[in-house]
Design a protein around this ligand. Structure first.
Ligand code: MG
Ligand code: MG
Length: 261
């Protein structure tokens, strides 16, 4: 069985605290990037902003140099889903840009993403982002001690499907996280509940629904990074890193101290 081969890293409470420190750096970087993202701003400027916050905190960027990735954040505009490379692209009124950021403190990683609306966006796109963020929180709420891993993806899928006709990207998934950014287990955004490993205190997971206004199929551009929808439909991406603790789920990449019962 697939899941029985996995070794899921179990963190001590002290290690979870270090992950919270990394998560707070990510939260601050994304908050600052969200503040400056506006009509006329380039994605390279967003990258500089995140780089400054990470450096000022004395943290390290998880993304820079990861398999050769050239920046501190991923910036994915409109039909770009994930892994877009910051550069000269100029944000325009009506765009959405998904920003994904990772930071390392004392060797421990935090990873989160937000979708930012630039100026006034089409109501359907605004709703897409709201539904995707809602699906993220539904997934986080399912990350309960003694629950099962697939409960998370089931909660994400159920939330999206109840909200209307959207595409749930299946080619990219959430993941375990801790001493590395991407670890076992994979955390899909769909599936039947009650399957996979039991969730126990000390596990940490990145939950990250990617949802489109059209079909779920995606492909990678010639830059070998940027993932776009096949049908050109707009996509949204929201992510948090969450730790399972004895008293529930601790959302490590939120600015506020959020613990779900
Ligand atoms: Mg991420
Ligand atoms: Mg991630």
């Amino acid at each position: 069985m697939f899941f029985q081969r996995q070794r899921i890293e179990i963190k001590t409470p002290g290690e979870i605290d270090a992950m919270r420190a990394a998560g707070l750096v990510v939260a601050r970087a994304l908050a600052e990037v969200s503040q400056i993202a506006a009509n006329g701003v380039t994605t390279a400027e967003l990258d500089e902003c995140a780089a400054d916050i990470i450096a000022e905190a004395g943290a390290l960027p998880s993304f820079l140099g990861y398999h050769g990735f050239p920046a501190h954040i991923c910036t994915s505009i409109n039909s770009e889903v994930v892994h877009g490379i910051p550069g000269p692209s100029v944000l325009r009124d009506g765009d959405v840009v998904s920003v994904d950021c990772g930071a390392i403190v004392d060797g421990w990683h935090g990873d989160a993403a937000v979708t930012i609306a630039i100026g006034t966006v089409d109501p359907a796109i605004e709703r897409l982002s709201e539904v995707t963020e809602g699906a993220l929180w539904a997934g986080l709420a399912a990350a309960r001690p003694d629950g099962r891993l697939s409960d998370i993806g089931h909660a994400v899928q159920t939330h999206v499907e109840a909200a209307g006709d959207f595409g749930i990207v299946e080619d990219y998934v959430g993941h375990g996280i801790g001493s590395s950014m991407h670890m076992d287990p994979p955390v899909p955004n769909y599936g039947r509940p009650g399957r996979g490993p039991r969730l126990v205190a000390g596990m940490a997971l990145a939950v990250e629904p990617m949802v489109t206004l059209g079909a779920p199929m995606v492909h990678t551009l010639d830059d070998d990074w940027t993932v776009v929808t096949d049908d050109g439909s707009v996509a949204a991406h929201w992510e948090h890193t969450v730790a399972i603790t004895d008293s529930g789920a601790w959302v490590l990449t939120a600015l506020e101290d959020i613990r779900l019962p």
